[in-house]
Design a binder for this molecule. Structure first.
Ligand code: NDP
Ligand code: ZN
Length: 358
């Protein structure tokens, strides 16, 4: 195959199909044929909100499971025909930021995010993975393509939100936003030993999965400020940890900080767009003296991360397939799946597209 077809961001606010040359496989790299892909809310921020600026004919998508079709001559652990989990984030593991412990930020801020950021993504018949030995994981028996596709970004990001939230054993957590990312934060918070988990969102399907993943209280943010509802539910005390996985720049940061106890943590995983500044409420932040820590991060990638997340699914700790609400078949359906993600109907958490490519 010399060229491949892919679904791309043609420019800001415009998507379409493109035909491109299959990328060259460097000595440490791999070329993958996807077998299952899923659109991300981040693809929507990228195309329709200009969150990372303009892009020309860039193939979209960064959530995939696939089959190896080619490897470079220095790749040791993978061969053509292997079924693989492909992390959304594919760092340059030899970069100094990786040595400092921040692989997702290698070469530049957010530089580990290559697919559908500054390189063609996974919504095509073929895509390229740098440093295959470090950036791919074998798909284990017993884990479906669809389930594994939920690990590469949703679980990895959402659970990172919980890992960054300093949750004390038995502590209380508020998760703002219960799309696939926030739901994964609920799952991660339960696994990390949270006691009470409050979750803010309204879509009925999300509320159902939030309870299945471990939420103990549901807050409808349309019925009043989240922090006021949290104070009411906690006798005015607030929560140990807040994870921001949705919301907006007008209200959410105020509500998050005002919901946290002094000494608590606010952990952001939301991809912020729509305004230039994030406003931290002065009084609610104890005039800057309340020991409330603010953390944030980009989805972790890498082989070990994927293997560990796969084990959480394989050994029954949580079920990633609960996030999948819509299933499509065939390359051309990627367009429908992306637009579904943009429209966010009430019965949607995540769509997947299953592919059976030559
Ligand atoms: P969704 O759009 O599916 O979910 C957003 C959630 O936020 C919904 O539950 C929605 O509620 C809720 N919400 C909307 N408005 C408010 C409000 N005013 N107050 C409180 N909650 C509100 O998003 P995803 O779960 O797919 O993604 C969440 C974010 O994570 C996105 O910004 C995405 O780009 C980002 N992301 C970040 C990554 C990272 O590496 N840091 C990686 C991947 C994604 P309702 O139930 O009413 O719809
Ligand atoms: Zn994403």
């Amino acid at each position: 195959m010399a060229t491949f077809k892919g679904f791309a961001m043609k420019r800001l606010n415009e998507t379409g199909w493109v035909e491109k040359e299959v990328p060259e496989c460097g000595p440490l790299d791999a070329i993958i044929k996807p077998t299952c892909v899923s659109p991300c809310t981040s693809d929507i921020h990228t195309v329709w909100e200009g969150a990372i600026g303009d892009r020309k004919d860039m193939v979209l998508g960064h959530e995939a499971v696939g089959e190896v079709v080619e490897v470079g001559n220095l790749v040791q652990n993978f061969k053509p025909g292997d079924k693989v989990i492909v992390p959304a984030i594919t760092p340059d593991w030899d970069d100094e930021a990786a040595q400092r412990g921040f692989p997702s930020q290698t070469t530049e801020p957010l530089g580990g995010w290559k697919f559908s950021n500054f390189k063609d993504g996974v919504f095509g018949e073929r895509f390229h993975v740098n440093l295959a030995d470090a950036n791919l994981a074998h798909l284990p028996d017993g884990l479906s393509d669809e389930g594994a596709c939920m690990l590469v970004d949703m679980w990895s990001t959402g659970m990172m939100g919980s890992e960054n939230a300093n949750i004390p054993l038995g502590g209380s957590v508020l998760v703002i936003g219960i799309g696939a990312v926030g739901l994964s934060s609920i799952a991660g918070s339960k696994l990390l030993g949270a006691g009470r988990i409050l979750a803010a969102g309204t879509r009925p399907i999300s509320v159902k999965v939030a309870k299945e993943y471990g939420a103990t209280d549901i807050i409808n943010y349309r019925e009043g400020a989240i922090d006021e509802q949290v104070r009411e539910l906690t006798d005015g005390v607030g929560v140990d940890s807040v994870i921001i996985a949705g919301g907006n720049l007008e209200n959410t940061w105020k509500e998050a900080i005002a919901s946290a106890k002094a000494g608590g943590t606010v952990s952001n995983v939301n991809y912020l767009s729509g305004a230039d500044n994030v406003l931290i409420p002065r009084v609610e932040w104890g005039c800057g003296m309340s020991n409330i820590t603010i953390t944030n991060g980009l989805c972790p990638g890498g082989r070990v991360r994927m293997e560990r997340l796969a084990d959480l699914a394989l050994y029954g700790r949580q079920d990633p397939e609960l996030l999948v609400t819509h299933r499509f078949d065939g390359l051309e359906k990627i367009e429908d799946a992306l637009y579904l993600m943009k429209d966010k109907p009430k019965d949607l958490i995540k769509p997947v597209v299953r592919l059976d490519l030559d």
